[in-house]
Design a protein around this ligand. Structure first.
Ligand SMILES: Cc1cc2nc3c(=O)[nH]c(=O)nc-3n(C[C@H](O)[C@H](O)[C@H](O)COP(=O)(O)O)c2cc1C
Length: 332
């Protein structure tokens, strides 16, 4: 766990903030961010070279990922006992510039900050079914409140017919995407075959070889592209879990960054209760299907993430590789 330093040097403090931020989830583990530091400020930038141009031509998922890193930076500042001061950037000439996060005045660290921060490195994306255990009492309500505090709605899909419809749409998206050679090439770029030494990207150790058969079955993204790699073993888990959508009132840069901050807040809170999330964003990458979901299932708000939440076993924990050391360009 990244401990806040006891007698912090300024450079060390900022380094710790960045080290925490890079544990945020990102589409295909692209880690589409970089940071620079000045004074008591960390500046977060989107690394547009790491955007998924085929599935994410407008950078929506890239900015959701950066939003998740931004929430982590805010939390890490609070964990240091300082108030985070965030200045969102909106410079059309520098679209990659996201936000300055500065160390504000001292403030007491709360138990909530501590507990949430402890999940930063512990949280992992789950792929597969869940155990059939019930969700902890009150958790979904807490997650909805967390998303709401970030100006985002967490919609729980309780209607069984809607769950089946969303599962079918996810499968349609997966099939349609696989028909596109550019999509297949993009996944191949970010899911290298076993043996690759890269720190980023989705590796074999993060994917089950045979996805569990849940009912309804929400299609997994096929990172192995039918080549039969992925982890074996572990008990089959048959529960779909709680299906949920994160939605926003608008669909621009600010909304995507908010969705990312809400996402990370929800994921860390869920992790406190050993609840993990599995993502199925393919269906939101096919514009016609996203529009269908928006109008039919989201009261015309914009779906940004679709996920299943549930209790998983820990066999893939640790599957993600640590960040490379060169993410800060700066004066540290
Ligand atoms: C915007 C976004 C979209 C994602 N879409 C998917 C997805 O469709 N399928 C999937 O298995 N994981 C998806 N993920 C999870 C990432 O693959 C995961 O965060 C990354 O591999 C790093 O692993 P970790 O979350 O375990 O740290 C998504 C994450 C984000 C932030």
């Amino acid at each position: 766990m990244i401990e806040p330093p006891d007698t912090p040097e300024r450079g060390e403090v900022l380094q710790r903030l960045v080290e925490a931020a890079v544990w945020a989830p990102s589409a295909h583990d692209t880690r589409p961010w970089w940071f620079d530091t000045h004074g008591e400020t960390v500046t977060l930038h989107a690394d547009t070279d790491r955007c998924l141009n085929v599935v994410d031509p407008h950078g929506r998922e890239m900015l959701i990922s950066c939003g998740a890193a931004l929430f982590t930076l805010r939390l890490a500042v609070r964990r240091l006992g300082r108030r985070p001061e965030v200045r969102m950037a909106s410079d059309p000439d520098r679209p990659g510039l996201i936000a300055d996060v500065s160390l504000g005045p001292p403030q007491p660290v709360t138990d909530e900050d501590r507990q949430l921060y402890e999940q930063v490195e512990r949280r992992r994306t789950h792929r597969g079914g869940f155990r059939a255990s019930a969700m902890p009492v009150g958790l979904l309500q807490a997650l909805r409140a967390d998303a709401c505090a970030e100006h985002v709605s967490l919609r729980i899909v309780a209607d069984p017919r809607m769950r089946v419809a969303l599962a079918a749409l996810s499968d349609a998206a997966e099939q349609v995407q696989r028909m596109d050679p550019a999509y297949v090439a993009e996944v191949a770029r970010w899911a290298p075959p076993p043996g690759s030494e890269r720190p980023d990207a989705v590796h074999e150790e993060a994917c089950p070889r045979d996805p569990d058969d849940t009912e309804p079955h929400v299609a997994e993204r096929d990172f192995a592209r039918g080549q039969g790699w992925g982890m074996t073993g572990g008990e089959p888990r048959e529960a779909t879990g709680v299906v949920a959508l994160l939605t926003t009132a608008g669909d621009g840069r600010t909304d995507w960054l908010r969705a990312g901050q809400a996402l990370q807040r929800v994921l860390l809170r869920a992790a406190e209760d050993d609840v993990s999330a599995a993502f199925h964003t393919q269906v939101l990458e096919v514009p016609e299907l996203r529009e269908f979901i928006r109008t039919r299932f989201c009261d015309a708000t914009y779906p940004q993430m679709i996920m299943r939440l549930g209790m998983a076993d820990a066999e893939f924990a640790g599957a993600r590789r640590p960040a490379a050391a060169d993410i800060v360009a700066d004066d540290l």
